[in-house]
Design a protein around this ligand. Sequence first.
Ligand SMILES: *Cc1c(COP(=O)(O)O)cnc(C)c1O
Length: 348
Amino acid sequence: MFNINNILRENIKNLTPYSSARDEYQGEASVFLDANENAYGSPLEQQFNRYPDPLQYQVKKRLSEIKGVPPRNIFLGNGSDEAIDILFRSFCNPGVDNVILVPPTYGMYKVSANINDVETRNVPLTAEFQLNMEGIAEAIDKNTKLIFICSPNNPTGNSIDRADVETLLTNFDGLVVVDEAYINFSRQKTFIQELTEYANLVVLQTLSKAWGLAGLRIGMAFASEEIIEVMNKVKPPYNINEASQQLALQALENIEQVNSWIKETLLQRDNLVLGLKDYDFVIDIYPSDANFILVKTTDANGIYNFLVEKGIIVRNRSKVELCEGCLRITVGTPNENKLLLATLQNFK
Ligand SMILES: *Cc1c(COP(=O)(O)O)cnc(C)c1O
């Protein structure tokens, strides 16, 4: 049975978190002389002289309406990359604990593990880019704290079988982290609605992809209240700056714009697949639930360099295991996609 106290690091269990001036005073007041801010203002039209809300209540309230999850089950990070790092720092003892990764997958899990001196146990995906469930079961031991599942997966683009993720959630006593950075492009259901079912589920999403806000750096983690409380204790007190909070609130009023971009992206993705599949150098295009496609080619390096010369940058994934010969291509605007296809006409 999952019990957060069995996986929490001892130093985090005993941590007294930083208490900011605004944590200590909550209520109505008009004179704030408690935080050593500049009381005169900012040398800007917009005022940023006050510290931002450490728990980003307004943004969470709006996200809560959109996602159908109470604010107390939402953590906001400086990108989902920060949420990933905080999971390591909260639950993994450096030099002792381990996590399961299922490559090829998103690169930050391994980087974050390495920074935190946490062992990674790789259980590669099958040839169909699905979980090797037996391999995962064998790799788990008493020091395994986290399993990272990216679905839709980066860089392969496919979704991971839901039943397999549910099997892990039921049988694993650590946290199952389901990274849904690309969920808005997917036909699959989010795992957010399963939070009440599984105490060991953490769902990651981000405003960086479909929402078009990669520059604001806002990532979300959805989990039980007790997991969110731990993450809030460990995070830097003011991890989402005031400008990002204000702009995110504005952006979150614009769902229709985002939904129409998603529709257009999916149409463009289909066009790109149709356009690419006739080229001689294309061996395979993998089915995608995301805003990119993974294309297996006869000469990934040659095509990559050719495109760079023409000012078009794609991601060369040919050195990644199970991705030999593969380029990852993000779906662009209609003009960008047309230009890509036209340029590739001339690749010999
Ligand atoms: C792009 C991406 C992220 C996003 O990270 P942010 O820090 O929120 O920008 C997270 N996970 C995956 C799998 C990604 O591809």
